[in-house]
Design a protein around this ligand. Sequence first.
Ligand code: KG4
Ligand code: ZN
Length: 322
Amino acid sequence: MILGLETSCDETAAALITHDGRILSNVVSSQADLHARSGGVVPEVASRRHLELVTPVLREALGEAGAELDDVELLGVTTGPGLIGALLVGVSAAKAIAWARRLPLAAVDHLHGHVASLYLEPDPLEPPFLCLLASGGHTLLLDVRDRAAAPRVLGTTIDDAAGEAFDKGARLLGLGYPGGAEIDRLAREGDPHAYEFPVARVPGLDFSFSGVKTALLYAVRDLPAVELEQRRADLAASYQRAIVRALVDRTHGAAAQVGSTTIAVVGGVAANSELRGALPDAVLVPLALCTDNAAMIASAARFADPVAYPRYLALDAYASTA
Ligand code: KG4
Ligand code: ZN
């Protein structure tokens, strides 16, 4: 079986899957509560928490799968992009486990991991497909032709990521962190046409979300406190509608451009109920696999070139691909 480890941001995660992509266990310990006080992830706090959680989370994943470390044949670990200190915790743990058992270790790119969440049982997706990857750190349109090769990037955000726009919008509305799920929930009680929030249309297949965030900021600022309380759900619904419309428009545009008949959506924002409803024919990653998890990292490890013992001891984490 394959052990996956993921510690790139504020989720400490371990999972065991079979070589054919069946999930045996998938344990995610979120630090969201820890970071809620500051309204966002504090990198140094995240690293320290990963260090405390990585062993118990791994134990729980083994326990749930009814497995022992001796059953593991391959490890996959996120080496980037992400918070460097956070990544190093997972990378060091993976190196130690692999080295002690002379196992091969696959270095997994977090974004490939999100795409590989589509390759797990019971409904694994076969390329080619057009993939919208929308998370807290990235918004990408990918032309996926092959499970092993890096996909071609057709479009990306020129400023904020879609999840970041949700998180920042939630903060403006006085909602909790992480904000995407909070806006999603509140939006159900509001009128999505109450406000006309414009989303900038940048040339090509790129996205821009900083303008819509500023539009929300002005709308919030112009409302007296009592009225803000009454209009909060309308603001959330209108804001969500604007972001989802931009995502859906560009995704359809990209699919048309590359002649793709299959559209898939992955990443934390793929959990958004309005986005899911707006793309009824798309392959939507199961809710449990939208936000960061280690099953997707183990899945990507299946298609990576594993590094043999002991060469991976020189593996390093990287904060960004640029
Ligand atoms: O993929 P992910 O767990 O982490 C990154 O790789 O960034 O994505 C986290 C992002 C956060 O910005 C969060 O607000 C957003 O996904 N998110 C949502 C929903 N659930 C999580 N955004 C919109 N609607 C949701 N239901
Ligand atoms: Zn992610």
